[in-house]
Design a protein around this ligand. Structure first.
Ligand code: HAM
Length: 426
């Protein structure tokens, strides 16, 4: 037997129905915020990602040479592609541009629960500015997307990479060492930061400043506990606007570094605490990439949600949507009735209801058993005596109650019965 590659998954119909429902809820939210969907290629020139994504992502990239000897990468994320698309074709459009996307990404990581080599993101990019109001709009969209999935338990943390970046680049001239130090802070490995600074003859007081900034966590007021920077006013205004958007439970966390190198301003993350090690369901922030790709310098702010992790978090909260592939099952009582059953199922489908018919030539009781295993709420029984009177029997699969209805009106009657069932349930 051929197995699927490590770190990839197959999704069956029940799981896909749940994933699509969650994805659709988030798509609707993007539309409500005025974001339009874009689709970019699954593979790009590798350079698109090596230019600025950072060592960590580049190490994990699937890269290969195509038949024309071009270096190609499977996308490890979608932000760089969206900005390339913007620079290529959309740079003259009125700003801000509000774009969102859903797609698969590839990273050669060590697979475990919540960490895969192929995973799925829904993300959004607002291209146009880096002011507090654009940051607030993007964070607000992110929070509303999370709320729309039905997830109750998630924490929003907001920071500003500019504070740590300017401190570190002021004190460490070598860009490679500065980058390493930032990655160590991201992993909260301050011992390694200390050792690196010492090994490179950099003053120990830098470590103190780094730990003070990275440890600045709590309500927005904790900003007062560190020396005033350019980012302070930005963050205060941002928290103020978020409050107006009805989001008042975000935490400030100046220790957020992010795994990708392109961020320059506000950064934020959302965690689902029930998930344990891989609890980060969303990451984002503000950055400039357009200039690097040959365009005008334009600030953007965006985020991406890990759909796989959202599904795990919903499961942990027992909020995963239930799946029933059909509403109505049509059962002929004998072989001679099959031709009527096909005509009837076709009429029901044309009405927009989800309907199925026996294809296995089963007898009636086995057919009804199959229908209930598929979650059908109603069955239509097509029998000889009833058809002689141009009628069929509607059976409520839960109560077993049966009613005779005219065959011509079966679709309308089913619709009414399904509506009645739904209103009784709610
Ligand atoms: P990221 O933090 O690398 O950011 O990924 C975003 C989310 O994708 C993560 O929070 C996580 O939920 C999910 N994710 C990442 N790697 C994996 C994996 N191996 N398996 C399962 N889920 C994973 C970005 O990708 C940026 N492009 C976000 C962004 C958009 N920043 C600005 N605009």
């Amino acid at each position: 037997m051929i197995q699927r590659p490590r770190g990839t998954r197959d999704f069956g119909p029940a799981e896909m129905a749940g994933r699509r429902a969650v994805e659709q809820a988030m798509r609707n939210t993007c539309h409500r915020f005025g974001f339009g969907e874009v689709v970019t290629p699954t593979f790009e020139q590798a350079e698109l990602f090596t230019l600025r994504s950072g060592e960590e992502i580049v190490d994990e990239m699937y890269v290969f040479r195509d038949k024309g000897n071009r270096e190609i990468a499977l996308r490890p994320e979608i932000t760089a592609s969206v900005i390339r698309f913007f620079v290529n074709e959309m740079s003259t459009m009125p700003k801000p541009l509000k774009l969102y996307y859903v797609g698969n990404c590839f990273r050669y990581e060590n697979p475990q629960s919540g960490r895969y080599r192929e995973f799925f993101q829904l993300g959004a990019e607002l291209i146009g500015n880096d002011n507090p109001e654009t940051d607030a709009e993007v964070i607000s969209l992110a929070v509303e997307c999370m709320r729309s999935t039905g997830l109750h338990n998630f924490d929003v943390r907001i920071g500003h990479i500019g504070i740590l970046k300017s401190l570190i680049t002021e004190e460490i001239e070598d860009g490679a060492i500065a980058g390493n130090v930032l990655r160590m802070i991201d992993k909260e490995d301050f011992d390694a930061v200390g050792q690196t600074l010492e090994a490179n003859g950099i003053s120990g007081s830098l470590l103190e400043s780094i730990t003070a900034i990275a440890g600045t966590k709590g309500g927005v007021d904790v900003l007062e506990s560190i020396e005033e920077t350019e980012a302070h006013e930005h963050l205060r205004e941002l928290f103020e606007i978020l409050k107006l958007y009805g989001i008042d439970d975000c935490q400030l966390d100046l220790g957020i570094v992010r795994g990708l190198d392109y961020y320059s301003g506000m950064v934020f993350e959302i965690d689902a605490p029930k998930l344990g090690a891989e609890k980060q369901v969303l990451g984002g922030g503000s950055y400039t990439l357009s200039e690097l790709f040959g365009g005008e310098p334009v600030f953007s702010t965006g985020f991406a949600i890990g759909i796989d992790r959202v599904m795990l978090a919903l499961e942990a909260e027992k909020e995963a949507p239930e799946y029933a592939p059909m509403d109505v099952f049509v059962v002929p009582t004998e072989d001679a009735m099959r031709k009527y059953a096909f005509a009837i199922v076709s009429k029901i489908r044309a009405r927009g209801l989800r309907a199925d018919v026996d294809l296995m030539r089963r007898n009636m009781s086995k057919s009804l058993k199959y229908a209930s295993s598929k979650g059908a709420r109603l069955a239509v029984i097509v029998g000889k005596d009833e058809m002689a009177k141009r009628s069929v029997t509607l059976r409520d699969m839960k109560s077993g109650e049966q009613t005779l209805v005219p065959a011509d009106l079966v679709a309308e009657e089913l619709e009414k019965a399904l509506e009645n069932q739904s209103s009784e349930q709610s």
